[in-house]
Design a protein. Structure first.
Length: 220
């Protein structure tokens, strides 16, 4: 099913000196149950495009429809809480929360009780292959691969079924990279997530169901 439709979307950054057109008239659509890769040179607009999809920035023109509803007309905080999770290269875990608490966080935002959140968080962590050993560890004591798994578990704990990832394997060795890609693909194929991965890595792109490329702000 079509989950996200992007119609003629543009975005530019404006500073004192110049206007940078980071995304130019992009149109495309994304279906759930698939993993998409977005590749392209550095500066081609990939991260900007992802932040538009995440509702973190507003398109300057054009529309983004999520399940047929205009993103701009939705309550954006609700959209972000409910629909979309973003995983970044640098993991972005909360340093003062342990693994379980990191995963509990989005559920607590949704008003789920601490007890239930803890239970689900532990389930999500097990699902990404992390055992009890890691549950009470803080991010700085975890390896990069472990941190990225916690970040994915946290994304799974958020209720949404759209997962955006910006260079999720950028800091990982090839074995961990493979595991993370398998995990993301599994979410798409077995649990019907829409997964969109921005990557410089040809191996990650090869694993995707659909590979898109950006060049100078355009989808080519
Ligand atoms: N906050 C910002 N202010 C001004 N210009 C920006 C900002 N963020 C990005 N840009 C510019 O917008 C363009 C697209 O940047 P973007 O980060 O989307 O590229 P990218 O494809 O993700 O690159 P990379 O592969 O290096 O992460 C670049 O020219 C960049 O310099
Ligand atoms: Mg980027």
């Amino acid at each position: 099913m079509e989950k996200i439709r992007v119609e003629n979307v543009s975005y530019s950054y404006q500073n004192q000196y110049q206007k940078i057109e980071a995304v130019k008239e992009v149109s495309c659509s994304f279906e759930d149950g698939n993993m998409y890769a977005i590749t392209g040179e550095s500066g081609s607009g990939k991260s900007t495009f992802l932040s538009l999809l995440a509702g973190l920035d507003r398109p300057e023109s054009g529309t983004i429809l999520v399940e047929g509803e205009n993103l701009l007309e939705m309550d954006r905080d609700a959209y972000r809480r409910k629909q979309i999770s973003v995983v970044y290269q640098a993991f972005h875990l909360f340093p003062l929360l342990n693994a379980v608490e990191n995963v509990m966080y989005p559920m607590e935002l949704q008003g789920i009780s601490r007890r239930e959140a803890r239970k689900q968080a532990e389930d999500c962590l097990r699902e990404v292959g992390l055992g009890e050993k890691i549950f009470h560890q803080y991010p700085k004591m975890m390896s990069g691969g472990e941190q990225q798994r916690v970040a994915i578990a946290r994304a799974m704990a958020a209720q949404g079924r759209i997962l955006l990832a910006d260079e999720p394997t950028g800091n990982l060795d090839s074995e961990n990279e493979e595991n993370i890609v398998e995990l993301l693909k599994g979410l798409a194929h077995e649990r019907d997530y829409l997964v969109i991965v921005v990557t410089h890595n040809p191996e990650v792109a090869r694993q995707a169901d659909v590979c898109l490329k950006m060049k100078d702000g355009r989808m080519v």
